[in-house]
Design a protein around this ligand. Sequence first.
Ligand code: HEC
Ligand code: HEC
Ligand code: HEC
Ligand code: HEC
Length: 131
Amino acid sequence: MKKQLIYGVVLACCCAIGYISLASATADPGPDEMILESTIDPAKTPRTAFFTHGAHQARMECGVCHHGADADGNRIDYTEELDIARCESCHNSSADMPQGLGTFKDAAHAQCIGCHRETDPALARCNVCHK
Ligand code: HEC
Ligand code: HEC
Ligand code: HEC
Ligand code: HEC
């Protein structure tokens, strides 16, 4: 009798996990490929960056890159409910960001090149992203 109850609880947990993973499949994945370009702090000579969004989604979780900010401007981790805003809406020269994160270029280089360099130094070459 006791054993049956335990099995019931385990089954209920499995159903809940199944539901959660089903729900995550419905989050708007955004475009498969993108050309990234700063618009709030436009450069004199723009250097757009090519980004294979979909291929990265297949390799890692959304929260590796996406995060938000609370009312006090503190970073909050990604959740399914997060409204995904453009990086530059927070990382721009008018926002009160720490040094090294104050422009789209700085935030993107910290995140993109940071991981690329750790993965394989050849991936950190400029022309991987700047065609
Ligand atoms: C892994 C991808 C990646 C690599 C490698 C990379 N960048 Fe970038 N870079 C970006 C992204 C994303 C941006 C943000 C787009 C923007 O600022 O317009 C950016 C922005 C820039 C900007 C500002 C462009 C602008 O229009 O404001 C410059 C300049 C730049 N990168 C130079 C370089 C140089 C030089 C290298 C090699 C030493 C390099 N980047 C390597 C992704 C990369
Ligand atoms: C390797 C980093 C990375 C990962 C992983 C990633 N994204 Fe993104 N995503 C970006 C960048 C960079 C942008 C462009 C932001 C900008 O324009 O400033 C973006 C843009 C978006 C947008 C907005 C598109 C638009 O233009 O309106 C959505 C929606 C989105 N991502 C959803 C997701 C979801 C859901 C996942 C996980 C399944 C995910 N992303 C994983 C980096 C990533
Ligand atoms: C809603 C505002 C907001 C958006 C949108 C946003 N960030 Fe951030 N980001 C922050 C805040 C706040 C911090 C923490 C800054 C500090 O240390 O005080 C941060 C920190 C970071 C850091 C430092 C490491 C870390 O994770 O704490 C990197 C790198 C970064 N952001 C890159 C990005 C990139 C790339 C995008 C777009 C894919 C992005 N951010 C979108 C607000 C934002
Ligand atoms: C957490 C790690 C990580 C982050 C963050 C990341 N990348 Fe990558 N990126 C990879 C890996 C891993 C590969 C694939 C290496 C391989 O298999 O050849 C890759 C490959 C690429 C490629 C080559 C095409 C492809 O998809 O294979 C481009 C272009 C690229 N990344 C651009 C970017 C840009 C731009 C950003 C930031 C917006 C970014 N990456 C952020 C790990 C990362």
